[in-house]
Design a protein around this ligand. Structure first.
Ligand SMILES: Nc1ncnc2c1ncn2[C@@H]1O[C@H](COP(=O)(O)OP(=O)(O)OP(=O)(O)O)[C@@H](O)[C@H]1O
Length: 683
């Protein structure tokens, strides 16, 4: 299957240009159509009005790569397995169950599967034979209804009765065996899928998290995995047993009486046809219901994780209303699904009961004409009842299959997603050689979720190693974006960012974040563990002494050691048991522990009161020594000592200089300082 191409917009522009150039020479007749389609493209992935036919184009890419690209009705597709730097290919129909992927999970545990199948087959064979043995038993009973010779009766019935007991015991043992095997298999597959899913989610671009709500993402990890697992177990165990029993008992039925079997099975094909149509309708409803459940979870997740904001704005009622509305939509979709499944099961029951009645009618008739014995009628009834039970099980499994396939499709959608920015791989500047020279060269950038809004426009900035640069400007002017780009949370649309002369896109992102850069932001996020573990997050292999040294540097050691449990104090969820200033100093210690060459301070003291700000500021002053520092600050009083102050307005640098020179300029910076002096308590 051809894969849909996705790429970041700057890559897309180059790609578009390359396609058009090559198309002009190889497919001149389609050139205009394709050109029109590309230039009307509303987003990077879809081509709105496109060439009427499928047009394959051989495409040579930079670096000697050659791929076949296909412009289909409204999409640009490339060959499966094609890998192009900067592109990600996604399955055209994201929400289809990916059987090939599923096989990669099943394959390593195939022996469990085979063992389970073998066990289930033995059980099924026993289930098929039991009615026949039971029929024999009935025939013996019928024979002795007139005669009162109990000794003879015991002698005749013993072998058949023991055979039956043996079969029942074997049936139990093999049932235990195959269910255990299947359960193990299901757990192993679910474990592998869950870990791959989590890993894929964590590897996604930051833009993915901008687009998708946390609750929706978490649902895939929790209820979708759970649904898939239980559906898999139920379907394989129940389905396998039911299928073999239906097949085996059908053979028995034919052997006992072909005429009766003919009558019984007359209506099966039509039932299968109706079931298939019904099934696809139910699958769609099930997917919708699950998507709606995700939304409901997301609303709850947001409300609960932001409970303080909800409480502070007295928004409990509105949150409840929002949740209720989403839950109601979910309920109505699930109700529709329930009605569908109910209809299906009711129809199946009707069919099954019809089968029993016709069997009795025909059986009675054949018995009266001596074509069948009582035991044979009994065996026939038991076999047809086994089929009946199996069919009932199939109809029950149906709902579970639908839920499982929908859950699996959603899990594979995320597992198959490839981030456009790798997390690892690339150049590393060896320790000791990293200086910390930073340069933004003609950078233009728009967030992936808002492509029309250019947040930085032709932004140029040089930060020499060891210097402190402050970026100031009104809110929403792109200050934090500068930091986000340096951290490579996003890639620039145009231009480049270099560290010691190396484009950061060529550097190993893990090394860049772990070793080169230290970020301290306004809202320090701590994990719900001990203080020492929170600081150690900056360098997992740090010794206790290193942790304490970083805490001393961050002016945090004093307050930490004043706690009864010192560094082992638990901080509570997101650090709720600490004050803002304390949390911030732990975050500083965490960043300093990795000894970064570049320190990024994004409004690190803005959320603090004057007293805490002074302590944190003192910690930051110590931390600055020997590092390149980029400070973003609202309170201009905190950045007066910076070597250079850059004033941003609407994503462009409008002024640059030292505090004194900018004040003399009496421009934007001066007016910002003036406004703050007016509003400060002293002013
Ligand atoms: N993840 C995002 N997705 C889409 N747009 C964003 C995102 N983050 C920020 N923006 C937008 O980018 C613009 C610049 O935001 P940025 O956070 O860089 O401003 P700022 O100058 O740091 O503001 P503040 O001083 O208030 O923190 C704003 O218009 C903002 O709405």
């Amino acid at each position: 299957m051809w894969k849909l191409i996705q790429c970041s917009s700057n890559v897309h522009n180059t790609f578009r240009h390359t396609i058009l150039q090559q198309c002009r020479s190889t497919r001149p007749t389609y050139y205009n159509n394709i050109r029109k389609a590309f230039f009307h493209a509303p987003s990077k992935t879809r081509v709105s009005k496109c060439a009427p036919k499928i047009i394959p184009i051989g495409l040579s890419l930079a670096g000697g790569a050659f791929v076949n690209v296909m412009i289909s009705r409204n999409k640009v597709l490339c060959e499966p397995k094609t890998r192009m730097a900067g592109y990600r290919t996604v399955s055209d129909k994201n929400l289809r169950f990916d059987w090939a992927k599923f096989w990669t999970y099943l394959r390593p545990h195939i022996w469990y599967f085979i063992a389970a199948i073998a066990g289930a087959l033995v059980v099924a064979v026993l289930n098929i034979q039991i009615p026949q043995v039971m029929g024999g038993l009935i025939n013996i009973l019928a024979k002795f209804t007139e005669s009162k010779d109990s000794l003879q009766f015991m002698n005749e019935i013993k072998p058949t009765a023991f055979k039956l007991i043996g079969m029942y015991i074997a049936q139990s043992v093999f049932t235990f065996f195959y269910i255990t095997m299947l359960s193990n298999l299901g757990e192993k597959i679910a474990y592998c899928m869950k870990t791959d899913l989590f890993s894929s989610i964590l590897d996604q671009d930051i833009a993915f998290f901008d687009k998708n709500r946390t609750g929706e993402i978490i649902t895939r990890l929790t209820s979708d995995i759970q649904d898939f697992k239980s559906s898999f177990k139920q379907t394989v165990s129940g389905g396998l047993r039911a299928a073999t029993q239906i097949l085996g008992c059908s053979v028995s039925l034919v052997m006992i009486s072909p005429e009766m079997t003919f009558v019984t099975l007359l209506c099966v094909p039509s039932v299968i046809a109706v079931g298939t149509i019904f099934g696809s309708l139910l699958r769609v409803t099930s997917r919708r219901a699950q998507a709606q459940n995700d939304k409901t979870t997301a609303v709850a997740d947001e409300a609960v994780s932001n409970i303080r904001t909800v409480r502070a704005f007295a928004m409990e009622d509105q949150e409840k209303e929002l949740f209720n509305a989403e839950a109601e939509k979910g309920m109505s979709l699930s109700q529709n699904l329930g009605v569908g499944i109910g209809l299906f099961q009711a129809g199946t029951n009707l069919f099954i009961n019809g089968m029993v009645l016709s069997t009795l009618y025909m059986g009675g008739y054949l018995l009266s004409t001596n074509k069948l014995s009582a035991g044979e009628v009994m065996a026939y009834l038991m076999a047809s009842q086994t089929i009946q039970r199996s069919l009932a099980q199939v109809s029950l499994l149906f709902g579970s299959v639908i839920r499982g396939v929908a859950a699996g499709s959603r899990i594979f959608e995320y597992i198959n997603m490839q981030p456009t920015m790798p997390l690892k791989g690339g150049k590393i500047i060896p320790d000791g050689l990293l200086k910390g020279d930073i340069m933004f060269k003609n950078v233009t950038f728009a967030y992936p979720t808002r492509r029309q809004q250019e947040v930085l426009k032709h932004f140029n900035l040089t930060v020499p190693a060891g210097k402190t640069i402050a970026i100031v400007g009104a809110s929403g002017n792109g200050k934090s974006t500068v930091v986000a780009l340096l951290e490579r949370f996003y890639d620039v649309k145009e231009g480049s960012i270099t560290l010691d002369g190396q484009d950061i896109r060529t550097l190993d992102p893990t090394w860049l974040r772990k070793r080169a850069l230290g970020l301290i932001s306004q809202e320090p996020v701590l994990f719900g563990t001990s203080i020492i573990e929170n600081i150690r997050y900056g360098k997992p292999d740090a010794t206790d002494e290193e942790v304490q040294k970083a805490a001393v540097l961050a002016n945090a050691d004093e307050f930490i050691t004043s706690f009864p449990k010192g560094y082992n104090t638990m901080v509570g969820e997101r650090g709720v048991t600490l004050s803002g200033g304390q949390k911030q100093r732990i975050a500083i210690a965490r960043a300093l522990l990795k000894n970064p060459s570049v320190l990024l301070l994004d409004e690190a003291t803005s959320a603090l009161d004057a007293e805490s700000e002074k302590i944190v500021q003192a910690a930051l002053e110590k931390a600055r020594a020997g590092r390149t520092v980029i400070v973003i600050a609202h309170r201009l009083s905190t950045i007066q000592n910076a070597d250079l102050i850059v004033v941003l307005d609407k994503g462009q640098i409008v002024e640059m200089g030292t505090h004194e020179s900018l004040k003399k300029l009496r421009g934007y910076y001066w007016s910002l300082t003036y406004q703050q002096q007016q509003h400060s308590p002293a002013g």
